[in-house]
Design a protein around this ligand. Structure first.
Ligand SMILES: [Zn+2]
Length: 200
């Protein structure tokens, strides 16, 4: 690293700890912050601290929230009969952004990955089951990603929930909007055909 004043060098070193930020980008960001108005630096620092101090997980659904339970769990207009199980908070946010689901969620905070040592006890599965015991729902929708780990987790959960007499479904998988059949992989094509429904 070129010889920067120690405080600038410290900022660059801190920024390189962020995901996807290499030394070059960190240096650019640090120099930008140096030139930026003091208010910007202050509000950035305050925002980071606010997130660290105020945001936690909802004790019901494990969404991110600054109040427990979270807004979605508190919202009386949501359909309490449907529970959508997702892998990460980002998946919940994507579904919310799409406005496609009006029930409630449960965030697993990961997927089963035995090779990485992630088993059922590392996910919020216990919490899901006790939640369903307390508040039974008509249907659990598994909205897990179409990865090997997502598939394993969905199969595991489906077995567990069906044993308890709970109706379980999975979101359909298939060709994305704007996709092209001839460039679609075999597994996706097979899933798309399996997930077909009557034409409306
Ligand atoms: Zn919640």
């Amino acid at each position: 690293m070129p010889v920067y004043p120690p405080s600038l060098a410290r900022l660059i070193a801190q920024l390189t700890k962020l995901p996807g930020i290499g030394e070059k980008t960190a240096t650019r960001l640090a120099l930008f912050l140096f030139r930026a108005p003091t208010e910007l630096a202050e509000s950035l620092a305050t925002s980071i601290l606010e997130v660290k101090r105020q945001i936690g997980f909802c004790s019901t659904c494990f969404n991110l929230t600054d109040e427990d339970p979270c807004l979605i769990c508190r919202d009386p207009s949501r359909d309490v009969g449907n529970l959508c199980v997702v892998e990460e908070v980002g998946d919940l946010l994507a579904l919310e952004k799409a406005g496609a689901f009006r029930g409630r969620y449960h965030v697993l905070q990961g997927v089963l990955a035995p090779l990485d040592g992630i088993g059922p006890d590392n996910l919020r599965i216990k919490e899901l089951l006790s939640r369903l015991d307390r508040n039974p729902v008509g249907e659990v929708i598994l909205a897990l990603n179409p990865s090997t780990e997502g598939e394993t987790t969905a199969a595991y959960l489906a077995g567990l929930l069906r044993n308890r007499g709970i109706r379980v479904s999975r979101i359909a998988q298939g060709i994305p909007m704007g996709g092209d059949l001839k460039y679609t992989d075999a597994v996706t094509l097979k899933r798309a055909l399996e997930g077909r429904r009557e034409s409306s």
